[in-house]
Design a protein around this ligand. Structure first.
Ligand code: AMP
Length: 401
């Protein structure tokens, strides 16, 4: 079964066509600048070099048209006819409390995802656009929605209710939802396989450290707490986001700097984090490089990043009453020995001890980097959210009656 995995942003579409029988990605790519001049489709078949196509792509419908055309094309294609696309799996950011797992998309599901726009105004509308674009381009092909929030749906109320009047939860759905669920699920399941232990016997803390970053406590196979909250702003320090912040600070700054709601939102989401503190970059590579060259604020940003991560690992160990394994994943987690070393430094009292040689060699590859005799295993696992989407899609499509 070939599954087209779609991840839509406001002006972008990322895609992968996965052959689930062979467990291989036939092609992947992305479209950027949708709705702007000079939209670009970058496409990489598994067996040929990457190619780029530019064109006028006024909306997501046209962008998906381009994607399907290149998947079918003589020189760069990997399938013969549209009917070789057996199902489409969509990443949908917010499933609210309604969606606790992946679902086949029908009229009701579409309506309910639309109702959740209030909770995720920056994401769900684009996800819906992607679903509609695929409906138009691939009529009759089953489509599945896989939610970023779903993995966290079993968190206990003490982890998801904020210290606000309870009525805010009841009236406006204000609570911790958590994000990056597909990634936390994928790497934690993989960790259990690597450790050759039943998934539901382990206490695992997964650190998804990409442009956005979150950490999750997975106790006996259930996400019991996670650092992102009502939105993906809370928790760890990120490339351009504040992470945890006293909410009164933002009210204070809004008054002093006479910021509008929109400006305050932009300040917290786009100008803070590694970028805001270092003044150098939101990219951890550049922050580390500048810090090594003596840039004081870059070094400070790096230290804050790792300190906060360490603090969460401690908190989640307490929340779970123990810890068997820490997983590092996503751009920074998979590629930065410096972040992993600095984060785990001083955690020997818990049983966390990194093997420096293994850590330095683990760049973008799966590897156990803890010392052989350490009580807690530390593992680097490249994430694969697309495979989670494709796996759920296949299962739902096969099981429909
Ligand atoms: P992602 O969102 O998972 O694609 O992660 C992107 C981020 O990973 C980039 O912004 C970088 O900060 C980070 N990254 C990628 N490679 C490295 C590396 N070798 N060292 C440190 N950070 C890296």
């Amino acid at each position: 079964m070939n599954i087209l995995v779609i991840n839509c942003g406001s002006s972008s579409v990322k895609y992968q066509l996965i052959d689930m029988d062979k467990r291989m990605t036939l092609a992947k790519g992305n479209v950027s600048r949708i709705g702007m001049s000079g939209a670009v489709l970058t496409h990489k078949p598994f067996d040929r070099p990457e190619t780029k196509v530019t064109g006028e792509m006024l909306d997501h419908i046209v962008a998906i048209e381009y994607v399907i055309a290149i998947l079918l094309s003589k020189n760069h294609g990997v399938i013969k006819t549209k009917s070789d696309i057996h199902a489409v799996g969509h990443r949908v950011v917010h499933g609210g409390e309604r969606f606790t797992g992946s679902v086949l998309i029908d009229g009701n599901v579409l309506r309910e995802i639309r109702q959740l726009i209030d909770l995720a105004p920056l994401h769900n509308p684009h996800n819906l656009r992607g679903i509609n674009a695929c409906k138009k381009n691939l009529p009759g092909v089953p489509q599945v929605a896989v939610f970023d929030t779903a993995f966290h749906h079993l968190m206990p109320p003490e982890a998801y209710i904020y210290g606000l009047p309870y009525v805010m939860y009841k009236k406006h759905g204000i609570r911790r939802y958590g994000f990056h669920g597909m990634s936390h699920r994928f790497v934690s399941e993989r960790a259990a396989e690597i450790l050759e232990k039943p998934y539901d016997s382990l206490k695992i803390t997964t650190c998804h450290l990409g442009n956005g970053a979150s950490i999750t406590a997975i106790n006996h196979g259930v996400s019991v707490d996670t650092s992102m909250g009502f939105t993906p702003l809370e928790g760890l320090l990120m490339g351009t986001r504040t992470g945890d912040l006293d909410p009164a600070v933002i009210l204070h700054i809004m008054g002093r700097e006479e910021l509008s709601l929109h400006e305050a939102n932009t300040l917290m989401n786009k100008h803070s984090g590694l970028s805001g503190i270092s003044g150098v970059s939101s990219d951890m590579r550049e922050v580390i490089e500048a810090g090594n060259d003596g840039h004081t604020n870059a070094a400070l940003a790096f230290n804050i990043y790792c300190y906060r991560l360490k603090k969460y690992i401690g908190a989640y160990t307490a929340a779970m009453g123990g810890l068997d394994c820490i997983v590092f994943t996503a751009g920074i987690g998979e590629n930065s020995p410096q972040v992993r070393e600095q984060t785990c430094k001083g955690l020997a009292f818990l049983g966390v001890e990194i093997d420096n040689k293994k850590n330095n060699e683990a760049i973008g590859i799966e590897s156990v980097i803890s010392k052989d005799n350490a009580d807690i295993k530390v593992i680097v696992i490249p994430t694969n959210e697309e495979l989670v989407i494709a796996t759920d899609t296949k299962k739902l499509v096969e099981n429909r009656n």
